[in-house]
Design a protein around this ligand. Sequence first.
Ligand SMILES: [Zn+2]
Length: 91
Amino acid sequence: MKLRVIERNRSHVKVNVFTDGALNGTLCFIPDEWRQFKTLVEAEIKELNQPRCEVCERRKKPIGRDSRDNGLCDQDCEGYHMDPEPGTEWD
Ligand SMILES: [Zn+2]
């Protein structure tokens, strides 16, 4: 999934939403909502892009992410530091 801002001003932010390169629709936010939404979606996208562990088959927790995540492969798993390498949290 990708987001592309197509219009932005003081009162609203308009965003096109793409999945697999196809346009799904347009969302309109007030700027405060947009900041929250963007943070959530970016975290979600990063998680979906994390490689899967070959040992436990869970997605790998990004390096540096705090421990609030459940259900992801982390340092306790012997597969975590094997290929494929876990991603990093922040670009
Ligand atoms: Zn694992």
